[in-house]
Write a protein that binds this ligand. Structure first.
Ligand SMILES: Nc1nc2c(ncn2[C@@H]2O[C@H](COP(=O)(O)OP(=O)(O)O)[C@@H](O)[C@H]2O)c(=O)[nH]1
Ligand SMILES: [Mg+2]
Length: 407
């Protein structure tokens, strides 16, 4: 393909110059507004035999590797054909710049799609093992960027039969868990997270577990969820059943007073409201109590049934609350554990507890020792529920990542 750069005052004169120099079959690859006009990259009509055979240094070799040559040629042929059509449309359209720019955008997108698809095909030839691992991780619902990291960490010489096991252990290594005993020993635990993820239920479960082991004398519950009567009542009901006191704190100042009162308790559990700015603001103030001797350990509750993009948003929103660990809830409702596991890895936080049902306290497990279970479950769910994979989506997702990684 013979590619040349044109500078002109406007698109119309650029088109004229391109036509004069490269002929009527020249195709536009991109255009960009410059300070004093427009820069257009144009190419002579695509020719299989001329691929990368520029003599004057102005030609660029597109990154097609031999292994994908057959595939590549047809993909480029399609792109070139489409570009030609755009060119014809432009000539007929008599310089409608906006329409032309849209065409160019479409063409560029098409080109990118095709390049991604070539990169994906290429990977199949060059690193079939990596491609297989990527397919499997994608089936589990693992984030693509994380999947790339994991697949790259599988040594290329791994026996095909071992690759998946190695990949899963690579994933497991990136998930950290913490001891719930150590967390509870910290003394004051607050659970933050979006409304409805199971914060209050988790507080009740932790309280009940603690009461079973240590009795209720050194245990107290605090609610900062002062907006919704129902929410407070819910905690109060649990508190009554357990026979532990429940306190209410509306502000950081209230909380300081309550915590002063509860200094002798071994475990104080703080239930919070949700995700409004006020809730996050209050959670942020937990840290300000530290210099006064109230070291509040914050746990972020994440529902495993949340989808990937929302998961990321939750983690970002609660960063100011400086959570020390995660509680993964609703594991019994999730149809894929990919989003949760990806979020755990990307949050760089350890998991403290796993919740897999509504029963208090049975459906809460310390996360310690549960990693194999989590991964097994992730694989089982994928087997049971994952939709068939679409080759074009895989190609687009991973092809683009491959292109980005290979420059
Ligand atoms: N299936 C399932 N439901 C849960 C779990 N944890 C909490 N729930 C339910 O989710 C709903 C909201 O829980 P709640 O503790 O009030 O959430 P909060 O708004 O974060 O305090 C309630 O119906 C709980 O019974 C869990 O692990 N699995
Ligand atoms: Mg609640």
């Amino acid at each position: 393909m013979h590619i040349k750069r044109f500078l002109a005052a406007d698109m119309r004169s650029a088109m004229r110059d391109i036509r004069a120099e490269l002929g009527a079959d020249a195709v536009i690859l991109s255009s960009q507004a410059m300070d004093n006009g427009i820069e257009v990259i144009a190419a002579m009509d695509y020719d299989d035999e001329l691929m990368g055979a520029g003599e004057d240094g102005s030609s660029l070799e597109l990154p097609v590797h031999t292994a994908a040559q057959t595939n590549g040629a047809s993909a480029y042929g399609r792109v070139a054909g489409a570009l030609n059509e755009a060119n014809v449309a432009t000539r007929a359209g008599d310089g409608n710049v906006a329409a032309l720019e849209n065409e160019i955008k479409d063409m560029r997108r098409l080109l990118e799609t095709q390049l991604a698809s070539l990169a994906w095909n290429d990977l199949g030839h060059a690193r079939p093992l990596k491609m297989r691992v990527l397919r499997q991780l994608s089936r589990i619902g693992i984030d693509p960027v994380l999947s790339e990291q994991i697949a790259d960490a599988v040594p290329p010489m791994t026996k095909p039969g071992d690759a998946w096991r190695v990949a899963i252990s690579q994933l497991a290594n990136r998930i950290s868990v913490t001891s719930s005993d150590a967390i509870e020993a910290a003394g004051v635990l607050a659970i933050v997270g979006p409304t409805g993820v199971g914060k209050t239920t988790t507080i009740a479960k932790i309280a009940a577990r603690f009461a079973l082991q240590h009795g209720v004398k050194s245990l107290a519950l605090v609610s900062t969820d002062t907006f919704r009567i129902g929410a407070r009542e819910q905690l109060l009901t649990f508190a009554r059943i357990l026979g532990v006191p429940m306190h209410v704190a509306e502000s950081a100042r209230d909380l300081r007073a309550v915590l002063d009162q509860l200094k002798r308790c071994k475990l104080v559990l703080i239930d919070t409201a949700g995700m409004s700015q006020r809730d996050i603001g209050l959670a942020q103030q937990f840290a300000t109590l530290r210099p006064e001797g109230h070291d509040v350990t914050t746990l972020l509750a994440l529902s495993a049934a949340t989808e990937r993009s929302a998961m990321r948003q939750v983690i970002d929103s609660f960063r100011p609350a400086a959570p020390r660990a995660l509680v993964l809830t609703k594991l019994d409702e999730a149809v894929s554990l990919g989003p949760a596991l990806s979020a755990v890895v990307q949050s760089e936080l350890p998991i403290a507890y796993l919740a897999d049902g509504q029963r208090v306290p049975e459906d809460l497990q310390p996360a310690r020792g549960q990693r194999p279970w989590l991964l097994r479950r992730a694989v089982e769910l994928a087997r049971e529920y994952a939709a068939p994979q679409r080759e074009d989506e895989l190609a687009l997702t991973f092809g683009e990542l491959e292109l980005a990684a290979n420059g």
